[in-house]
Ligand binder design. Structure first.
Ligand code: GCU
Length: 329
């Protein structure tokens, strides 16, 4: 913990660190990217590939230095470092972007996508691209999106229907939408940072959390919450984010190199994702986890009021219609 704070403090104290461009215009540049995932995570692997590609295509003149595993804090901290000019790039899930742009709250709507094809069409098409540019006035934009499967509940006791969740305390990513989601299921939401969930589960401060299978395993939550209830309530993508000041400072050639490598990293990550989910399920089962089938209809019904909230709000209602239209076509 102390180390993390220290690293962040050093970065904060060095605003000049805003991408180290060489004096020779923008001949050489090293971009610093911090994220909160394990180095085994496929998103990290895709970013590492991206770093290699950038270095190769620029003949070593452009570099991406990655700080994984939450060394510089969670997404809230790293997004703030971006805004302060102390960090160049980060990765954040759509939920973590919600405090900066309402558009991203849409991904916390349960059962939003008909299937993977619908999801891909939204994320990698005009709707997703419009969202990714929507945070520009907040000081950053997204240049890649990564699939993150579906998030399901897991706990220290079995969950089959929302009724089983009465009185349970469930960790969520801290956003108004995810908090309401857990409340509608009859449980108490606990907005705890990702890196602190293991201890909270272990000490019984919370009864469960929710995430996709790779994160369930890589965080070792599987050791302390053995029941993975496959309600698959949300599909929340991750985004690769860059400070808009840093982006604007890059030459056209550098922008092109970065953008191409970012697009390649999307494809690379998609290719790895399904295998990663299968491998995680196997590891979880070996670690003693039980995967439970749930009454999905009961979850859908309990969560329906979130749709009414979204439709009542002009901005969020508009994003919702755009996404629904993509499924209709
Ligand atoms: C996922 C996601 C992370 C996010 C985490 C969380 O694993 O990839 O970006 O931080 O969930 O629940 O906090």
């Amino acid at each position: 913990m102390k180390m993390k704070t220290l690293t962040a403090a050093i970065l904060m104290a060095a605003p000049l660190a805003l991408a180290s461009f060489s004096s020779h215009a923008m001949d050489r540049v090293t971009l610093k990217l911090a994220h909160n995932l394990d180095t085994n995570h496929v998103v990290h692997q895709a970013l590492a590939e991206m770093a290699k590609e950038i270095s190769t295509t620029s003949d070593g003149k452009m570099k991406l230095r990655i700080y994984p595993g939450g060394q510089m804090g969670g997404p809230r901290e790293t997004l703030e470092l971006l805004q302060n000019g102390a960090l160049d790039m980060t990765k954040a899930s759509a939920s973590e972007m919600e405090p900066f742009s309402q558009a991203f709250s849409i991904f916390s709507l349960p059962y939003l996508f008909k299937d993977q094809a619908h999801f891909n069409k939204v994320i990698y098409g005009p709707v997703g691209h419009a969202m990714m540019a929507d945070t520009r006035d907040k000081g950053f934009v997204s240049i890649a999106a990564y699939v993150a499967g579906t998030r399901s509940l897991y706990a220290n006791k079995p969950i089959h229907t929302p009724a089983d969740m009465k009185g349970m305390k469930i960790r969520v990513v801290a956003t108004p939408t995810t908090i309401k989601l857990i409340e509608l299921l009859g449980a108490a939401p606990a907005p705890i940072p990702f890196g602190e969930v293991y201890t909270a589960l272990q000490q019984g401060v919370i009864d469960g959390a929710e995430n996709n299978e790779p994160s369930y395993v890589q965080t070792r939550h599987v050791e302390v919450a053995k029941f993975y209830a496959e309600d698959q309530h949300t599909s929340v993508p991750d985004f690769l984010v860059i400070s808009s000041k840093v982006w604007d400072k890059l030459s056209d050639e550098q922008k092109q190199i970065l953008d191409t490598a970012a697009k390649h990293s999307e494809t690379y990550e998609q290719e790895l994702w399904d295998k990663e989910v299968a491998a995680s399920r196997k590891l979880a089962t070996e670690a003693g986890a039980t995967f439970l089938k749930v009454d999905k209809e009961a979850f859908r019904t309990a969560l329906a009021p979130l749709y009414d909230d979204f439709r009542k709000d002009p901005l969020r209602g508009e994003w919702l219609s755009k996404i629904e239209n993509e499924a209709a076509q």
